[in-house]
Design a protein around this ligand. Sequence first.
Ligand code: SAM
Length: 221
Amino acid sequence: MDNSRFADQLRRGCEALGVGVGEDVPERLYRLMGELLKWNAKVNLTAITAPEEVLEKHFLDSLAVLPEVEGATSVLDVGAGAGFPGLPLKMARSGLAVTMVDAVGKKVGYLKAVVTVPGLGLGGTKAVHTRAEGRPEAEGLPRADRVLARAFMDLPDWLDLAPAYLVPGGHVVAMLGKAMGEEALREEAGKRGLELVSARAYRLPFSQAERQVAAFKKQAE
Ligand code: SAM
């Protein structure tokens, strides 16, 4: 896929998802895809390698959570793997302080390298090699006002772990493959002293794959 077809598809996908990105973001994502596929030939980072799929399943799927991140100043992406959703979010919202954490050294090696590539607009993004176990200070991880993860843990385990990384007033964001009813989300939240802030079901624009994103905050905040 050439750069202009990629940019066109990306813009159409963002429009369908209702998220806005700057003019230069498609071009920078195209270059990020080049870095990802180049590294992936040496280091196993992702099984998704067809450009159409990288565009939708990695990039658009990451950008789809922009509404849950608007207004935030800091994001912690736990189990970021090859940088999803953290890298596309940083590209789309340059003012966000993004920290990505992963337990696998070679993935973090890629992340540390890619954030320094000139022109990608990823400067200042941090990548930390550690196991996230809910002890931010001991793990060298910052607290953030949006703590999110994709394809990392099932919802109950995620809601047990993630609140430890919140600053007061922050939100835990859960990206779910299959939509859950709001009552079930509220119940899982309530068991852990959390409150459901929002829940939104949608489909990815080209494959129509089902997705849901839910945000939670600590009760009495
Ligand atoms: N979020 C990325 C995505 O959606 O493409 C990667 C998802 S991958 C299925 C899960 C990632 O979580 C892996 O890269 C794995 O190394 C990492 N991981 C698993 N347990 C972890 C932990 N306790 N702390 C940090 N990373 C962890």
